[in-house]
Design a protein around this ligand. Structure first.
Ligand SMILES: *Cc1c(COP(=O)(O)O)cnc(C)c1O
Length: 348
């Protein structure tokens, strides 16, 4: 069934037929530019480091990512955060007021928000009690106008990842795109689905430099998919969607994998420590298994405990209104000092 995937059945008609904007820099990127002068883009010619438009294809950043992740540069699209990448997916593949997507609450709120903005129906199929996809219900919710299924793994706010069998089943039996949001993959022992890109033409993976890589402030989101899918997204992305400062800072950071690895390992160690302490708090009823840099915790009264922590100057996320998350709080793992302050506040 997976073989019957045809991207032409998925791309919106207007996107298929449109002619993309061609920027001044698009036309000359890739030439040997050493001896050239650029009088094509109406820039200010006085050098200050950022007076020129950035590379619209971000080739230096993509070259590093391609090497680190073992994919081709034409299998990568970069965005202004993964939020832009997710929005591009809607705009390329989902016809407003006609198509639909499937999301699995409780999960990341942006899928639903973006569906709304783009006037696309969001079919919600709840996770099971142990926060796994309910395969039969998902398949039942699919119809001819279902374009994308969003799987967040490890999932926010629950912290767990989805079983390989469930993800593989969806990839094999759904003819639309399966987007796996791996914002937290670096905190998990599980392998990324990136290694399966050549296996599944409908597989789209999003990652981000906002979490494990410590660069939330620069806004850099990454999409890995088949060259076919990437070329559709390239066609509609804003020409200079990733700015020069972001590209520079991303390159500097990607050049220090040992430092990133060290920080991830410290966060994981702190997470395990925090999990132990939380179980000693009398109003904590349950901590959920986590493969991310946060912990979902069920307490006696989430609203009350949330307010108490705010009063002590500690801001966490109250998830009690989310389905299956009654009286649940989400704690991001901080530094050792921050976590100490949190546990002291909880024990007081
Ligand atoms: C934080 C987060 C992101 C990151 O979004 P950016 O726009 O890249 O900062 C994406 N997906 C999930 C599930 C997240 O929790």
């Amino acid at each position: 069934m997976g073989n019957s995937f045809d991207i032409n059945n998925l791309v919106r008609e207007n996107v298929k037929t449109m002619k993309p904007y061609s920027s001044a820099r698009d036309e000359f990127e890739g030439f040997d530019t050493a001896d050239m002068i650029f009088l094509d883009a109406n820039e200010n010619p006085f050098e200050n480091g950022v007076n020129r438009y950035p590379d619209p294809q971000q080739m230096s950043v993509k070259a590093v990512l391609a090497k680190q992740k073992n994919v081709k540069t034409n299998q990568i699209l970069l965005g202004n955060g993964s939020d832009e990448v997710l929005d591009l997916l809607f705009r390329a593949f989902c016809e407003p007021k006609k198509d639909n997507v499937i999301t699995l609450p409780p999960t990341y709120g942006m899928y639903g928000v973006l569906a709304n903005i783009n006037a696309v129906e969001n079919r919600e199929v709840l996770l099971s009690e142990d926060f796994q996809p309910q395969i039969e219900k998902i398949i039942k919710a699919v119809d001819a106008t279902t374009k994308i299924i969003f799987l967040c793994s490890p999932n926010n706010p629950t912290g767990n990842s989805y079983s390989d069998e469930s993800v593989a089943y969806i990839l094999q039996n759904f003819k639309g795109l399966v987007v796996i949001d791996e914002a937290y993959i670096d905190f998990s022992k599980k392998e990324s689905w990136i290694n399966e890109l050549d296996e599944y033409p409908n597989l789209v993976i999003t990652q981000t430099l906002s979490k494990a890589y410590g660069l939330a402030g620069i806004r850099l989101g990454i999409c890995y998919a088949s060259a076919e899918v990437i070329s559709v997204l390239n066609k509609i992305k804003p020409p200079y969607n990733v700015n020069e400062l972001t590209q520079k800072r991303a390159l500097e950071r990607l050049d220090k994998p040992e430092k990133i690895k060290f920080e991830i390992e410290s966060i994981i160690a702190q997470r395990e420590e925090l999990l132990k302490v939380l179980l000693d708090i009398n109003f904590v009823e349950k901590t959920y298994p986590t493969e991310a840099n946060f912990i979902l915790v069920k307490v006696d009264d989430a609203n009350k405990r949330y307010a108490e922590l705010i009063a002590k100057g500690i801001v966490i996320r109250n998830r009690t209104t989310q389905p299956l998350c009654n009286n649940c709080l989400r704690f991001t793992v901080g530094t050792e000092q921050e976590n100490k302050r949190l546990t002291e506040a909880l024990l007081a």
